[in-house]
Design a protein around this ligand. Structure first.
Ligand code: R5P
Length: 293
């Protein structure tokens, strides 16, 4: 795809500038106004090219989804015929089954909602656990799921040679395996039981950890409790050091403080979500995917 413009929002200006520059594209921002009652008014460039690239990560998902659902049809009304959405963090992907009777499978519904509005979607490490690809939940839309795991693996291999990559739950196997195999690092996963939003139990794999440099790797850290439990267990089992590397640094509330208190040494993330811990850029990965679209 050769888009005519990259459209983005001002809170992602840095990521947008980097992507626009990598693709040699002009860039424009959507101007946002928040009314006293919480509604928003959005202003797009009055004339848009036929092929539009839109950058919008969905951290703080509800507010941004509403903005997106206004921006997309507005962009079509202003001239865009083909829209590819680059959403480095795609929210709602973890709610991928009804865990209790009557529970909405949000993954399917949010993905279908977006699929109805865009021609293509490029994202990074969406939480695909019970489905193999985005196509299963995005009818009529081409979905591309990239992974930052090999890039995180390269960073870890450089910072902590010989590290053991440890996924805090079985779902993380895809990421530790990709990173480990690409950079010659051993990998394993824990077993996790979730009891509530901030309550999880993590059981270590049957592997000697004494004296090992452990790097916990996951797709997303939200409250950080999954990583806290895994770090606590690894240190109790004799790990020499525990660091953390995640693709999506949500780290809500006191997550980072809890990780430090648990004895975690370094916290690293990709810049899929703008965050103070971001050390691994994914711009080149996104740009290559746009070019190949
Ligand atoms: C779910 O399996 C994800 O991969 C993460 O492990 C999870 O979302 C982390 O959540 P929290 O940081 O709140 O424990």
């Amino acid at each position: 795809m050769q888009p005519g413009l990259l459209l983005a929002f001002e809170d992602e200006t840095q990521a947008a500038e980097a992507l626009a520059s990598a693709l040699g594209l002009p860039m424009a921002l959507v101007a946002r106004h928040r009314f006293p009652d919480g509604e928003c008014r959005l202003r797009l460039p009055p004339v848009l090219p036929e092929r539009l690239l839109l950058l919008r990560g969905l951290q703080q998902p509800n507010e941004k989804l509403v903005e997106l659902l206004i921006t997309l049809p507005a962009a079509r009304a202003l001239g865009a015929r083909q829209i590819v959405l680059v959403s480095p963090y795609l929210a709602y992907m973890r709610q991928d089954m009804a865990f209790a009777p009557g529970e909405a499978v949000s993954q399917r519904h949010i993905a279908a909602l977006l699929a109805g509005q865009v021609d293509g979607l490029i994202t990074v490490d969406p939480h695909l656990h019970r489905i193999a690809s985005l196509d299963e939940v995005m009818p009529g839309c081409r979905g591309v799921a990239l992974s930052a795991a090999p890039l995180l693996g390269a960073w870890v291999a450089q910072q902590v040679p010989g590290a053991l990559l440890l996924g805090p739950d079985e779902e993380a196997l895809q990421w530790v395996a990709a990173a480990g195999l690409a950079h010659g690092l051993e990998h394993a996963v824990c077993h996790k039981q979730r009891l509530g939003d901030r309550e999880v139990r993590v059981a270590l794999p049957d592997l000697p950890l004494r004296g090992r440099a452990v790097v916990l790797m996951d797709d997303v850290a939200s409250t950080g409790r999954t990583l806290v439990e895994a770090a606590t267990a690894a240190l109790a089992a004799g790990a020499a050091t525990v660091d953390v590397a995640v693709t999506h640094a949500l780290f809500v509330g006191d997550a980072l403080a809890q990780l430090r208190a648990a004895g975690v040494r370094h916290v690293w993330s990709s810049n899929a979500v703008p965050h103070a811990t971001a050390v691994v850029p994914i711009t080149a990965l996104l740009a290559a995917a746009v070019r190949a679209f």
